[in-house]
Structure formats: C-alpha cells, structure tokens
Design a protein around this ligand. Structure first.
Ligand code: HEC
Ligand code: HEC
Length: 332
C-alpha cells in the first residue's frame, strides 16, 4: 500500500514538474523571431508606379479592406480613397490582431519601416521585428513590379497619426507560437519581375492565387494551414465564415471550378461574371471584399473568369452560400 502511494506521488510529482517546464517553455519561447533576406525592391516616385500601386491597394490586393478604420468601411466600399490608417480588429483563436497604420506617419505608421521590411512582410509573412504575421498577406509571388508599385503608392500618401494596439496573443496562440505550429507560411516559388496585364489565363492565375487571394477563401484548409493542403482541391469552395452562432449571418464559399453541376460560375457567361463583380456587395456581412473587387477593371475581371474556366473541374457540392439568423448549416 505504502509503495503504491509512493508511486502515485512520484507520478504526480513528475507530471507537475513536466507541466511547470512546459509553461516556462511557452513563456520564454512564444516571442520567437524569424528571419529571411529583405527583397531588394525600392519605392519610386514614378507616377505610373504610384497609380498602379493605388489600384492594387484599393482594388484586387484589397489591402484597404483591412488597413482602414471600420468607421471608413462603407466609404471605402463605395469607392472613396479613405486613409489607410489601420485599426480594424481581428479576433482570432491565436489572439487579437489589429491591422496596422499603413500611412507614412513616423510615430504610428510605416514611416520608420524600410522598403525591404515592408516587402518582406508581404512576401514572407515576417514582420519588421521578426514576428510571424497572420496568413492574410500571401503576396510571396507578387511580381517585383507590383511590389514596387505598392511601396511607391504607400510612400506617396499623406501621413495620418493613428496609434494601433499591439497584438495580444491568447494562451493557445502563445502555445502555437512557442511550438512553431504558427509560423510564417512558406509559399514555394520565385516571384517574376512582371506579368503582362491582359485578359489572359496567365494573368488571371496571378490575380486569383496571388494578388486577390481568391484561393485563400475558396479552398478548404488553405486559410490556416497553407496553400499546399487542400481537402477537396483548390478553389472548390466550402470554407465557413461567421462563427457558430446561429443568430448571426454565416457564409460558405461557393465552388469556383468550372464543374457543370456544382460550380457556381460554370453556367455564368463572361458578361454575367463581369456584371456580378461590378455590382459589388449584396450581403452586408459577407467577408468577401466585394467593394475592393468592384474597383477592378474589366481586363482583370475577364482574366479571372478565363483562368477559373481553365482549371480542372472539381465536383464539390455547396448547398447554399448564405445562412441567415436562425438557419442551421447542414453538415457536409
Ligand atoms: C485580411 C486582412 C489584411 C489584408 C488584405 C492585408 N493586411 Fe496587412 N496586416 C493585417 C493585419 C491584421 C496586420 C497586423 C498583424 C500582426 O500584428 O500580427 C497586418 C500587418 C501588415 C504589415 C506590418 C508588418 C510589420 O512589420 O509589422 C504590413 C507592412 C502590411 N500589413 C501591409 C499590407 C499590404 C501592403 C497589403 C496589401 C497588398 C496588406 N497588408 C493586406 C491585415 C491585412
Ligand atoms: C475573404 C474571403 C473571400 C475572398 C478573398 C474571396 N471570396 Fe468570393 N466569396 C466569399 C464568400 C464568403 C462568399 C459567399 C457570400 C457572398 O456571396 O458574398 C463568396 C462568394 C463568391 C461568389 C458568388 C457570388 C454570388 O453572387 O453568388 C463568387 C463568384 C466569388 N465569391 C468569386 C471570388 C473571386 C473570383 C475572388 C477573388 C478575386 C474571391 N471570390 C475572393 C469569400 C471570399
């Protein structure tokens, strides 16, 4: 009997020690830093580069749908050039992250970040301080020309002072940061210098998979785990947004592949696709940045349509994409 008590005490003691070590490990390791070379790209004052950058930021690359104050959201969607002063809050499992002030203000914005630091954040998801950034900016393969355009536009803005809260990580977030399960997402490939802007499959592929990140929202598992793991195949839809509360609107992304029975656009013509994008937002809470995409020009929208029609059809039935308050989402 005594021996049994001893054994149990030793086991409890060991478990407790292991737990304390684990907590210490998380406490000392969650703030780990990453490194990668800074892209050798510099902002220019060329007016064509600045105009292209502004188009990308407010249009297909939709930086403006996150890096503004929520008070300005409606005006941004309506086509106004609201300041990129940051402040939108993202409540994630790993913590509360706030989109930073992207205006060139020295104290509160990107005034003290170098071009290399900003370009690396876009391409490698590593912050200026070496911190891992969320997989919201998967611009690894954005061409040199377009990254330069974005940098040139960002530098050309009027500075706006707006102090942004530092990220606050949850216990789960710190655990994932310390164990490296939340780390900069690696997107394979080498960025090109430039890609001709025309209504081609090649340019459409670039917009869908790199600039506009359609692939991130319209493919299961790509948001959290990286582009390589697609449960049903790329662009076949099925990602749920809006949480589990049935009193809210919730959304499921449609299948964008050209599969006749289950692909949402498989039976839309190119003109209908163009018209849908020009129409913009229908559902107030849809996470799709419709306002930004409505600013895309015809060439870009046609390129996207042509690319989506060139990819392998995948049969993946999404019953419905919009669930109103009180509606149960069937499991599928
Ligand atoms: C889906 C929302 C979203 C989009 C789209 C987005 N960002 Fe961000 N961005 C964020 C959030 C949130 C943070 C803060 C992350 C953190 O603190 O961990 C951030 C951080 C940054 C940083 C800070 C890096 C650092 O050193 O700390 C830069 C630079 C940046 N974004 C640039 C851009 C640019 C340029 C675009 C468009 C080409 C863009 N972002 C698009 C949400 C977004
Ligand atoms: C941030 C996530 C997100 C991104 C990025 C995104 N979508 Fe969506 N998309 C959704 C959601 C959610 C829905 C369903 C709700 C709705 O229709 O607004 C949707 C709906 C659609 C629809 C159906 C619209 C309708 O009228 O039924 C099409 C077509 C579409 N997306 C294409 C695209 C293309 C092309 C891109 C890239 C240029 C893209 N999406 C980027 C989340 C996203």
């Amino acid at each position: 009997m005594k021996n049994l008590i001893k054994v149990i005490a030793v086991i409890i003691g060991l478990a407790l020690t292991a737990f304390i070590f684990l907590m210490l490990y998380v406490q000392t390791n969650w703030d780990r830093k990453y490194d990668s070379p800074y892209p050798d790209l510099k902002a220019s004052t060329d007016s064509a580069a600045i105009a292209r950058g502004k188009y990308l930021v407010y249009g297909p690359a939709h930086c403006a749908s996150c890096h503004i104050s929520l008070d300005d959201y409606e005006a941004m969607e309506a086509g106004e050039q609201v300041p990129l002063k940051g402040g939108e809050v993202f409540n994630l499992k790993i913590g509360v992250l706030t989109a930073i002030n992207l205006t060139p203000d020295k104290e509160t914005g990107i005034g003290n970040l170098t071009d290399g630091e900003i370009a690396r954040a876009m391409r490698d998801a590593i912050g200026h301080d070496g911190r891992v950034l969320p997989p919201f900016m998967p611009f690894k393969l954005m061409t040199d020309e377009d990254v330069i355009a974005v940098l040139s536009f960002l530098r050309s803005q009027t500075p706006v002072s707006n102090k942004i809260n530092k990220p606050e990580y949850t216990r789960e977030g710190k655990w994932r940061l310390s164990t490296g399960s939340h780390q900069p997402r690696i997107i394979e490939g080498t960025p090109k210098k430039s890609i001709p802007r025309e209504a081609s499959v090649v340019y459409g592929e670039y917009l869908v998979n790199t600039v506009a990140n359609c692939v991130g929202c319209h493919s299961v598992a790509s948001i959290e785990y990286g582009v390589k793991e697609f449960e049903f195949g790329p662009l076949s839809g099925g990602v749920q947004f809006g949480g589990t509360n049935v009193n809210n609107y919730r959304f499921i992304t449609p299948n964008l592949t050209p599969e006749k029975q289950t692909g949402i656009i498989a039976n839309w013509g190119e003109e209908a696709f163009l018209a849908r994008f020009k129409q913009g937002r229908i559902y107030e809470n849809s996470p799709m940045p419709w306002g930004s995409f409505a600013r895309m020009d015809e060439v870009d929208i046609r390129a996207i349509y042509r690319y989506l029609n060139s990819i392998p059809p995948i049969a993946h039935k999404i019953e419905k994409t919009v669930y109103g308050p009180g509606e149960e989402i069937p499991s599928f």
